[in-house]
Design a protein around this ligand. Structure first.
Ligand code: ZN
Length: 175
């Protein structure tokens, strides 16, 4: 704080320069509105007003002020671009995108389950009629893939149950 305050004595912060006032050492804007970013304060002042920003910063704990200013700057910039919706415009576009991609993902996962089931069975079952019943797919998958699945379960059990490691060894030796 002491080292940074010396740099503010020469050039006022972006807020004080914009408001044409003397930048005091205890200026609440100075740490968050450096003179190199004049547009940041200009946007925030236009949308929220300097006195409201000052009040808000005084209500927020010092370690949260930087995040608060960044949030205000982001919202101000968004509201300059879209005066009606601001950030909400971008958020709603992204929400719609998420819903659309989730539907695509669900459809692709359903396709994958169908393909996996058909390759396991090696039978020409009309898959389309089974699309509603995913449970039957898992059942047939377990029955058809017993050769591939049972050894995997057998070898993974000693790792999962380390306390019964000796018991598994005996079982393997006996069987
Ligand atoms: Zn200042």
């Amino acid at each position: 704080m002491a080292s940074s305050s010396s740099s503010y004595t020469n050039s006022p912060c972006a807020a004080c320069k914009f408001l044409r006032r003397k930048c005091m050492p205890d200026c609440i804007f100075a740490p968050y509105f450096p003179p190199e970013e004049p547009q940041k304060f200009a946007n925030v002042h236009k949308i929220f007003g300097a006195s409201n920003v000052s009040k808000l910063l005084n209500e927020v704990l010092p370690h949260q002020r930087e995040d608060a200013v960044n949030s205000l700057a982001y919202e101000a910039e968004a509201r300059m671009k879209d005066p009606v919706y601001g950030c909400v415009g971008a958020i709603s576009v992204l929400q719609r995108q998420v819903i659309r991609l989730q539907k695509e993902l669900d459809a692709t996962n359903a396709d994958l389950i169908r393909y996996a089931a058909s390759s396991c069975n090696n039978l020409e079952i009309p898959i389309a009629s089974q699309s509603g019943r995913t449970r039957t797919n898992s059942n047939t998958g377990h029955g058809g893939g017993s050769l591939g699945q049972n050894p995997g379960l057998y070898f993974s059990s000693p790792w999962n149950r380390s306390d019964s490691y000796g018991g598994d060894r005996n079982e393997r030796g006996g069987g």
